[in-house]
Design a protein around this ligand. Structure first.
Ligand SMILES: Cc1cc2nc3c(=O)[nH]c(=O)nc-3n(C[C@H](O)[C@H](O)[C@H](O)COP(=O)(O)OP(=O)(O)OC[C@H]3O[C@@H](n4cnc5c(N)ncnc54)[C@H](O)[C@@H]3O)c2cc1C
Length: 601
């Protein structure tokens, strides 16, 4: 069995839970079938296993170095990326006419899961490029699309996202990078960008930076931010490379994890000549970035999930082979030791990992399915509803996996005992790599503010009400089923949903009367509460599929469905009750953190 991902679970989520095959009835995916989806998934699994996984450790030990004026990266990274682009994955979800495979976004994300599980640092280069190309395709001029899209989608150019600055991370309204208009319609950029992933390297012919900057006297705050294309090498009209642009690598950041991805401080315009092209209208830069945010954040959530997933599979394999001790009821030292998977406490740790990673996996792929609904569903109503559901679920899909799947990685180390704490076993690297995910693409703290401060109340609560409607549908189904356990789960979820909706109304009243600091003080707790309720719903959906099939299933398949039912039961008994405590904190408008004073620490 692969230790990267569980193929059976991947198939279960795609085909049994999300019915991805039905997408082939839509005109956009009419040339696809279960066979073409499986072929793409199989190719991804093979390249991930053969080309990405083998150098994961080496990239971590031998991180990129800046010497002699250039960045040095171990050669295996380029070989892996050549295989990735050769198989056409950069354009996996793009139109056929752009050279793409026109795969549903759900299937493309499932393919990408293999690469992230195998080697998240190497996978970061093409994933940034895909996001970059999507922005240019959506908002760029025809000339920009002609010049930049084909080499980006072919993987000859790579892309970056340059938002953060040393003094402006969460608060992008405070960025200082400036764009100066030129007589020929182009701009010159001046400023420093911090933390830029993939900001410099020789892995591609060129690097296309997408840079947020202010034009001269633009309005203050987020309404004055524009988006620019700034290439490392200028590109001639015929597509050939021209002179080196004035973008300088000021230094590499040395990180806890994700070490194989270069992370750069970039200086634009040290010589006053950083050529830039405006994308779309001025002052719309952040809106353009936000337009792509749902997809980017689901990608981060899925990345966090699969790092947790591979950690879980490594812990499971280890627990099945590591003999240690005897069960409490049979302490005779003459008896052979049991493998640690026999100990109830080790099963607890494995069950927690399974519930976190499989719950998060199903949630992220469900969100990817919503992206497909939003883009290709038949009716306007379906598209609009998918968009609203995505809006409310995106902060959860980003933050919940990046909190609980890091916890899964910590438990995977714990299952390995002392060995897990050494660099001989990969679980410590998974933990370090995954620890980035609560920080970037908007910290989890910012996701809590987004969920409660923007999404819960948007359009008079339309998004959260839609979510409640869909959760109710599963509750009704569970309450009417034959399984006593699942009827109990349905009841528990009903109560959790009532708590969630009640506290949302209360908090929105507090913020509506202008008490924003009080209403939003515990937004991280709100994120936890809604996140757990959503994951419980996703688990119940999985269990409803499993319970219908387990009776007729044979051997490994029966075990698989039984495992789903047990993990669902664990989540409902061990995790969902935590929402009661979170509800209490939120409903009483707990002020402990808000009223704490700087000088009391
Ligand atoms: C390895 C790595 C790769 C990255 N890649 C990129 C990239 O490619 N491109 C790019 O543009 N950026 C990138 N980033 C930057 C990343 O997006 C930022 O680090 C992140 O947005 C946080 O900004 P900051 O580091 O300045 O922290 P700060 O914004 O200073 O936050 C510090 C703490 O304060 C909290 N906080 C801040 N403001 C508030 C608030 N209003 N309310 C409540 N809490 C708050 C945060 O949640 C956090 O816990 C990367 C970062 C890392 C570490």
């Amino acid at each position: 069995m692969s230790k990267l991902l569980n193929r059976r679970d991947l198939e279960f989520v795609l085909y049994e839970l999300l019915d991805v095959e039905s997408l082939t009835r839509r005109p956009r995916f009419a040339e696809h079938s279960r066979e073409t989806f499986d072929a793409a998934l199989e190719t991804a699994a093979q390249i991930a296993g053969d080309k990405f996984a083998p150098h994961n450790r080496k990239s971590d030990f031998d991180e990129p170095r800046f010497e002699g004026g250039r960045v040095h990266i171990i050669p295996e990274v380029k070989e892996a990326l050549d295989a990735f682009r050769g198989a056409g994955f950069i354009a996996a979800a793009q139109d056929f006419e752009l050279g793409g495979m026109q795969l549903p976004w759900t299937v493309a994300q499932a393919c990408f899961s293999w690469f992230n599980a195998a080697n998240v640092s190497t996978a970061a280069y093409p994933f940034l490029t895909i996001a970059n190309a999507n922005l240019i395709r959506t908002f760029g001029s025809e000339a920009q699309k002609r010049r930049y899209l084909p080499p980006l989608l072919a993987g000859r150019f790579f892309g970056t996202m340059c938002l953060s600055e040393p003094q402006a991370g969460s608060s992008l309204s405070d960025i200082r990078t400036t764009a100066l208009p030129q007589p020929d319609g182009s701009y010159r950029i001046v400023g420093s960008k911090m933390w830029i992933s993939g900001g410099d390297h020789d892995l591609s012919e060129n690097i296309i930076h997408l840079v947020l900057a202010r034009i001269g006297d633009a309005p203050a705050g987020v309404k004055g931010i524009s988006l620019f294309i700034v290439p490392k090498f200028r590109v001639n009209d015929d597509g050939t490379l021209a002179a080196r642009n004035d973008v300088a690598l000021a230094g590499l950041n040395h990180k806890m994890g994700f070490r194989g991805t270069t992370n750069c401080v970039l200086n634009f315009g040290e010589k006053g000549d950083a050529y830039a092209e405006l994308v779309g209208e001025p002052n719309k830069g952040l809106a353009f970035m936000f337009h792509m945010m749902n997809e980017a954040r689901i990608g981060v959530g899925l990345g966090a999930t699969v790092l947790g997933y591979t950690g879980y599979l490594h812990a499971l394999a280890y627990a099945r082979e590591r003999p240690q001790g005897r069960l409490p009821g049979s302490k005779d030292p003459n008896q052979p030791q049991v493998n640690i998977i026999e100990h109830a406490d080790v099963k607890r740790m494995l069950l927690a990992q399974k519930a976190y990673v499989e719950g998060a996996f199903a949630l992220c792929l469900y969100c990817a399915r919503l992206v497909d609904e939003q883009q290709s569903a038949d009716g306007d109503k379906q598209r609009r509803e998918a968009g609203l559901l995505l809006d409310i679920l995106t902060p959860i899909a980003k933050a919940w996996p990046s909190q609980y799947c890091v916890e899964a990685n910590s438990l995977a180390i714990q299952v390995h005992g002392g060995y897990g704490y050494t660099r001989e076993y990969p679980v410590e690297q998974f933990y370090r790599d995954n620890r980035l995910n609560p920080i970037h693409e908007g910290t989890n703290g910012i996701q809590g503010l987004d969920l409660l401060g923007r999404k819960a109340g948007m359009q008079d609560g339309a998004a959260i009400q839609l979510l409640a409607r869909d959760i109710h549908a599963v509750i009704r189904e569970a309450l009417g089923c034959d399984s006593e356990e699942l009827r109990r789960c349905g009841g528990a979820l009903n109560e959790a949903l009532d708590r969630m909706m009640g506290v949302t109304r209360n908090l929105l009243c507090v913020t509506a009367r202008g008490e924003l600091d009080l209403g939003l003080a515990n937004s991280s707790v709100y994120l936890d509460m809604v996140g757990h309720t959503v994951i419980a719903w996703i688990w119940l959906r999985q269990a409803m599929v499993a319970v219908k099939k387990v009776g007729k299933a044979q051997d490994a398949d029966r075990d698989f469905y039984q495992g789903k039912l047990q993990a669902c039961a664990w989540f409902f008994r061990w995790e969902l009750p935590k929402t009661r405590h979170w509800h209490e904190l939120l409903n009483t408008l707990d002020r402990t953190c808000l009223e704490m004073q700087d000088s009391w620490f």
